[in-house]
Design a protein around this ligand. Structure first.
Ligand code: AMP
Length: 280
């Protein structure tokens, strides 16, 4: 496994791989890797010759009062995990390598109206930061395919839309959301929670499950379905930021839910912000 932190060295290596017609996959991450990340790597390995994992805690996607400073950085353990998973290349750039001047990160990708919905409403500028870093990683790594988890469903939709609207020749692959045995969606941020807060956090997946089963039993009114999920989360003492049922492509809501719609939630368990979703 080769580890690169300099952009020019990685670019040179990739152009050699491209000359020998290797199909390259990219799995962008912020590190502190868990089985959710590894599931993306496994899929990428099956679908390409060379797998690149990037590990970069991207400062421009964090708001001023968010957890950029305390975000878990566990590079040694991450390298061990991805070596075991058969990754060929790891890209671990410094902030200075990615942004010459962090106070002015230069041109940005601003995305569409979808940037401002769901999580975008509560994290202004977050998705501009995500799209910008992903575009930079695409330009540096020149992947044929890039793998993203449905855990961050809105992020996947925005990246897919960016590739389609800007004619990037990259196949954006959506990978299933991986959960713990008890239903909690795996996340690097789960480590912030106490055991009590972790129990409270289970109410997110419980809310999603009960919405889905009510929908399957015939309840179509979005207002009623949302109310059902909201009650479950409120009873567990998590602070709900939003619960929405939206079209999976436009991310817009209607009065009646339909099969294939996205149910998305965000809530705080203690000080930890959690997101989760499922598809009706
Ligand atoms: P992150 O390191 O949180 O930026 O995530 C990197 C990639 O891993 C993103 O595409 C995420 O959607 C994906 N990912 C994170 N957690 C999970 C999970 N529980 N299941 C599937 N994919 C995940």
């Amino acid at each position: 496994m080769k580890v690169f932190s300099e952009i020019k060295d990685l670019k040179q290596h990739i152009s050699e791989l491209k000359r020998s017609n290797k199909k390259v996959s990219l799995v962008p991450t912020m590190g502190n890797l868990h089985s959710g990340h590894i599931s993306l790597v496994d899929k990428a390995r099956q679908e390409s010759d060379v797998v690149i994992v990037s590990i970069f805690v991207n400062p421009i996607q964090f708001g001023p009062n968010e957890d950029f400073n305390k975000y878990p950085r566990t590079l040694e353990e991450d390298l061990e995990k991805i070596k075991k998973a058969g990754v060929d290349i790891v890209f671990t750039p410094s902030i200075e390598a990615m942004y010459n001047d962090i106070s002015n990160s230069g041109s940005k990708i601003l995305g569409s109206y979808k940037n401002k919905l769901l999580c975008g409403k509560f994290r202004p500028g977050h998705f501009d930061g995500v799209l910008t870093v992903v575009m930079k990683l695409f330009n540096i790594c020149e992947p044929d395919k890039a793998f993203f988890g449905m855990k961050d469903y809105q992020q996947y939709v925005l990246i897919k839309e960016m590739c389609d609207s800007l004619n990037l020749n990259i196949d954006v692959v959506a990978c299933p959301l991986i959960r713990d045995k008890d239903g909690l969606a795996l996340s690097s941020r789960n480590a912030y929670m106490s055991s009590e807060q972790r129990v409270m956090a289970l109410s997110l997946s419980k809310a999603l499950n009960s919405i889905k089963s009510a929908f399957e039993k015939g309840e179509k009114k979005v207002k009623h379905l949302k109310g059902l999920g909201l009650n479950i989360m409120i009873e567990s003492n998590v602070a709900v930021q939003y619960i929405e049922i939206v079209d999976p492509v436009s991310l817009l809501c209607a009065e009646e839910a339909k099969k294939g719609d996205l149910v998305a939630v965000a809530a705080y368990s203690g000080k930890t912000r959690l997101i989760d979703n499922n598809i009706l």
